[in-house]
Design a binder for this molecule. Structure first.
Ligand code: NAD
Length: 503
């Protein structure tokens, strides 16, 4: 066991402006993955806790929706300033519960901050339309109104960025939110709640409900929840989409991924090797936009693998607070599951070029470590290829042509992100047209769109048709009302039971 002294604290829900931890609540452990010790316990909601959180949000929404855009924006700007000043605190929380290195935690916070900045322009984003004289003496205009209580259910791998894709826009548009974070790293959501309070957001507009399936099911079926924004694994995303829509809610449910990088023979192999390392092993591969398969169009594979292996040897794995390149995995159970894929690769006849098990680390021995792993000649029938591994395991598949590579990618179940590496503009243009994936990088390994564009994949990587943030985010958190008006010179046509016609 580690000799690092820790005190186990309890993380409670945040409802109506205060943290609450029912004395008899079920709880779940929260680990510091680099130490391998339990540091906190998070409460797990029952139906009654969910009812309380939704009731607080609904009451707050009825007031908040009528607060002027000018006042809402003032609070958003204040929140942005506080977030920018204090992001170091939040990064430390993320690293202590998720394990990713501090710089990487700051990176995810900056992407959440971008969405806050986008939401600061809500006055522009909510502009409606006006058409004069659409029929004689008739005008029509439209407006965007909030939808009510928005539930946000997030995964462990981005405890700040993923909720931050949704809540700034939802709140700016006049809704109240209930965030259900991952039980593995719950504290970031409470930190956001306290920051909103300091920024002047009225109590009840931002609530946090911690929990497991019980909490999720309560939100999916609650009559006062208007929408569900879910991000997590594909089976749960599908379940959330089906259950939420069956209960009359609008649902955006983003699922898992298996992202391929297609390398053409004319690519800059140093750029490709750097990109494969960064996108394959950053955050220990626990990113939905991680590259997990390098598709090498021959004859590049041998030369590329040599460059990747050379770079892997220089990576420092260890405690994210010690300036390392890569941290631990989130839990022991997840580390063991990911490490198990290396045995699967060997059984399936692949070549394990670098085995990350037993790596030397700059951290406590009990941390949930697995070093960067590279597996060549992975058969596409192997579970190493077909399943989302979500760890620092990079697979190489060799193909004979561009066409074979595209066919491979398009035949996959997921469609979150992909990238092509080439110096041939025509090939890149063809790729962006032919590839069946929602987010595409051209010489960019992690093509996460900026806040004003929307984030979301295709196929089993997303259920629902409205993506996160950008214009689609504004659309998701509002409903349009169209108003037809007649004021001047109303011609009284008398009684006419016919359907209204324009003239
Ligand atoms: P997960 O699906 O296990 O959990 C996500 C959320 O669902 C959590 O809040 C969890 O408490 C809840 N949940 C878990 N099991 C549930 C159940 N049976 N019923 C109802 N709710 C349940 O995902 P995770 O392990 O936390 O996160 C990793 C996954 O998220 C990966 O598959 C990754 O690709 C995906 N992800 C996708 C995106 C994207 O944008 N597409 C972004 C980040 C992560």
């Amino acid at each position: 066991m580690s000799d690092v002294a820790t005190t186990v604290t309890t993380v409670g829900h945040w409802i109506n402006g205060a943290e609450v931890a029912p004395a008899d609540a079920r709880t779940s452990p929260v680990y510091d993955p680099a130490l391998g010790v339990e540091t906190k316990r998070v409460v797990l909601a029952e139906q009654t806790d969910a009812d309380e959180a939704v009731a607080a949000a609904h009451t707050a929404y009825l007031q908040w929706r009528d607060v002027s855009l000018a006042r809402r924006t003032t609070i958003l700007f204040k929140f942005r300033e506080l977030l920018n000043e204090r992001k170091g605190e939040l990064a430390e929380i993320i690293t202590s519960e998720h394990g990713k290195v501090l710089d990487d935690a700051l990176g995810e916070i900056s992407r959440a901050q971008e969405v806050v900045e986008y939401a600061c322009g809500i006055t522009t984003h909510l502009r409606g339309h006006f058409s004069e004289q659409v029929s004689t003496g008739f005008d029509i205009h439209s407006m965007q109104q909030p939808i009510g209580v928005a539930a946000i259910i997030s995964p462990f791998n981005f405890p700040a960025m993923v909720p931050g894709w949704f809540f700034p826009i939802a709140i700016a548009a006049g809704n109240a939110v209930v965030v259900k974070p991952s039980e593995k790293d719950p504290t970031a959501a409470n930190w956001f709640a306290a920051l909103w309070q300091e920024a002047g957001l009225p109590d009840g507009v931002f609530n946090v409900l911690h929990g497991d399936k019980v909490a999720v099911d309560a939100l999916l079926t609650h009559p006062d929840v208007a929408s569900i924004s879910f991000v997590g694994s594909t089976p749960i995303a599908k379940y959330v989409y089906e259950t939420g829509t069956a209960h009359g809610k609008r649902v955006q449910a983003l699922g898992g991924a298996k992202n391929h990088m297609l390398v053409l023979p004319d690519a800059d192999l140093d750029l490709v090797a750097d990109s494969a390392i960064n996108a394959g092993f950053g955050s220990a591969g626990e990113r939905c936009m991680a590259i997990s398969v390098v598709v090498a169009v021959e004859p590049v594979a041998d030369g590329l693998i040599e460059k990747v292996v050379e770079r892997m040897g220089k990576l420092r794995v260890g405690d994210g607070r010690r300036g390392c390149d890569m941290g631990p995995l989130v839990t022991k159970q997840h580390r063991d599951k990911v490490a198990g894929y290396i045995d699967v690769a060997i059984e399936d006849g692949a070549d394990v070029v670098v085995d990350g098990r037993g790596i030397e680390v700059d951290g406590e021995a009990d941390g949930f470590w697995l070093g960067p792993t590279l597996i060549d000649r992975v058969p596409v029938t192997s579970r190493v290829y077909t399943e989302e591994i979500f760890g620092p395991v990079l697979a190489v598949v060799r193909v004979a042509s561009y066409e074979e590579g595209v066919e491979l990618i398009n035949n996959g179940a997921f469609g979150n992100g992909t990238a092509i590496f080439t110096n041939d503009g025509g090939a890149a243009r063809r790729f962006q047209n032919e590839i069946e994936v929602g987010m595409v990088g051209i010489n960019v390994p992690i093509p996460v769109p900026i806040a004003s564009y929307s984030f979301g994949g295709w196929k089993d990587s997303m259920f629902g048709d409205t993506k996160a943030h950008g214009a689609e985010g504004v659309k998701f958190f509002t409903r349009q009302k169209a108003i037809t008006t007649r004021w001047l010179d109303p011609s009284h046509g008398g009684i006419n039971l016919g359907f209204p016609q324009t003239d």
